[in-house]
Design a binder for this molecule. Structure first.
Ligand SMILES: C[S@@+](CC[C@H](N)C(=O)[O-])C[C@H]1O[C@@H](n2cnc3c(N)ncnc32)[C@H](O)[C@@H]1O
Length: 235
């Protein structure tokens, strides 16, 4: 996980001026609702910003943050040293070190696009394993509207349109570092190198097979850039 290992420390400044990121976190916390006396997992928790918001709103929740990046995890361990109901561990979207049928809610923001296409079935199965019946997945990420081979011009155009649009939006809102990140990421997203954007419909199919239903897709505005929250209920 070298890429995100490099970002620990400056990570907060990457997103702290990004209005869409702020809106996404606010929406996710609203969707989680009252999590007191419940267990919530943040999969791909990064520096722990979302976990901190959920902890603030839900002082009696048991919160779990999992990330494959050792430096991100170490940063979170330090951040939550005085917060005994927040538990941090190394893990990945395919292997979460928690028991089956354990959490009431899984949240994930901007992390599961790192899961390669061939691992999406296993990831959906892992999410289904962790959640209690009736529990909810609240999965926010950048989605595209066209999937297909790496050299498909329609797919590339969709990615460029969304990512350039998002970069310009970042620039206009003073999120200069975030703009640089998004602009720099465009070739990797097109080539599928560590970044695997797909449609929310593709994820819904994997999740339906794994045992989820009652899907809802909520756009983070402006909707045209593909930042969406996919909500699903474990059967
Ligand atoms: C853009 S950051 C988002 C972090 C955090 N969720 C947030 O909203 O600020 C992406 C995170 O995904 C994590 N990640 C990468 N591959 C992953 C995987 N296979 N499973 C879970 N998390 C992963 C990275 O280590 C990194 O912390």
């Amino acid at each position: 996980m070298g890429y995100w290992d490099d970002f620990t420390g400056e990570y907060e400044s990457l997103f702290d001026r990004d209005p869409m990121y702020a809106d996404a976190l606010r929406l996710i916390v609203e969707l989680v609702g009252d999590a007191n006396r419940k267990r919530v997992l943040d999969l791909g928790c990064g520096s722990g910003t979302l976990l901190a918001r959920i902890a603030d709103e839900n002082p009696d929740a048991e919160l779990y943050g999992i990330d494959p990046s050792e430096r991100m995890v170490q940063g979170c361990v330090n951040r939550f040293r005085e917060t005994p109901n927040v538990h941090i561990a190394i893990g990945s979207a395919l292997r979460v070190p928690l028991p089956s049928d354990y959490v009431h809610c899984v949240v994930s923001n901007l992390a599961l696009h790192h899961v390669p296409p061939e691992d999406r079935t296993a990831c959906a199965a892992e999410l289904a394993r962790l959640l209690k019946a009736g529990g909810r997945l609240i999965y926010a990420d950048m989605f595209c509207d066209v999937d297909g081979p790496v050299d498909d011009p329609t797919r590339a155009r969709d990615i460029i349109h969304k990512m350039v649009g998002k970069s310009l939006y970042d620039l206009e809102h003073g999120a200069f570092e975030t703009m640089l990140l998004h602009i720099g990421d465009i070739p990797a997203v097109i080539k599928g190198e560590g970044e695997h954007f797909t449609t929310d419909a593709a994820w819904r199919e994997h999740l339906a097979v794994a045992g989820f239903h009652r899907f809802e897709v909520i756009p983070v505005e402006p909707a045209e850039f593909g930042y969406r929250i996919l909500v699903a209920v474990r059967k």
